[in-house]
Write a protein that binds this ligand. Structure first.
Ligand SMILES: [Zn+2]
Length: 270
């Protein structure tokens, strides 16, 4: 989520303030260190769509998961795919265009669910919390989450759900910020409310460990280049941006990349 300093409304209490955060200082302090109820998170993301339509992933593509797409396009077209937190449905639309026929998308906001249905009309669409995936066991060959897991307070419940609904040998594709790079950026920008919208952040090693505890064996994919959203966030002014946009990311070690794109396979029962 790209944030420039501006006058804005707090997404929870609607009070006006000037800054880069989505919550006013009071709301940010009120929920810190507490369990944030689902309804409150849902309202936050719904308000985000209303208040920042040109910043949210519901109405435009800022963070195309390049490495995930490259890997997904190698799969046979009949596989059953679920995208959780499918946002505006852009990825599902691309998969439908590429010939995939068994597509399901879920999101927690009415706004996103409406956009998914409009943009990927052949996909099944479900209003669902990614922490409580109520599909039957072994329903999908592939699950995708692109810029989703960092938003989930109980990400472990989500991983357990994915492990349950994936078939044995099935694949879970994830794109998420790299914790170390992202936390440095939030600190630099004074984003005191980042705990609210990104409560679950991982390094590659941490993610691998978290997935392994649910029988999901991870390997890193190589993002071909930095995404639009990341280029806008780069410190050091605009002079560096064209140069970095062309930097070959294949050569950058996973540990220092701004985001992680990975695939995990559901192992056979041990
Ligand atoms: Zn507030």
């Amino acid at each position: 989520m790209v944030v420039e300093r501006s006058e804005r409304r707090c997404l929870l209490c609607m009070k006006r303030f000037t800054g880069r955060t989505f919550l006013c200082r009071e709301c940010s302090d009120r929920y810190r260190g507490q369990e944030v109820p689902f309804e409150l998170r849902q309202r936050f993301y719904q308000e985000l769509d209303f208040e920042f339509p040109d910043r949210s992933n519901t109405y435009d593509v800022y963070n195309r998961p390049e490495a995930l797409l490259t890997a997904l396009l190698r799969l046979p077209r009949h596989v059953a795919i679920l995208e959780v937190g499918a946002g505006g449905g852009f990825l599902l639309a691309e998969l439908a265009d590429a010939g995939f026929t068994d597509l399901t998308g879920s999101d927690i906001t009415e706004t996103a669910v409406g956009e998914i249905a409009r943009r990927a009309p052949d996909a099944d669409v479900v209003l669902a919390d990614a922490e409580h995936l109520s599909f039957l066991p072994e329903t999908f060959d592939v699950v995708i989450s692109s810029d989703v897991i960092e938003h989930l307070p109980d990400v472990d419940a989500h991983f357990a759900g994915v492990a349950r609904i994936l078939r044995t040998g099935g694949l879970y594709f994830i794109k998420t910020p790299n914790r170390v790079a992202a936390e440095a950026y939030y600190r630099l920008r004074g984003l005191h409310d980042s705990y609210f919208w990104h409560p679950s952040m991982f390094t590659a090693g941490e993610l691998s460990e978290a997935l392994a505890s649910h029988g999901l064996e991870m390997r890193a994919l190589k993002p071909p280049r930095i995404t639009e959203a990341q280029i806008v966030k780069l410190p050091g002014g605009s002079a560096l941006r064209p140069l970095l946009a062309r930097a070959p990311m294949e050569r950058v070690p996973t540990s220092v990349r701004p985001h992680l794109e990975i695939v995990a396979r559901k192992a056979r029962q041990r």
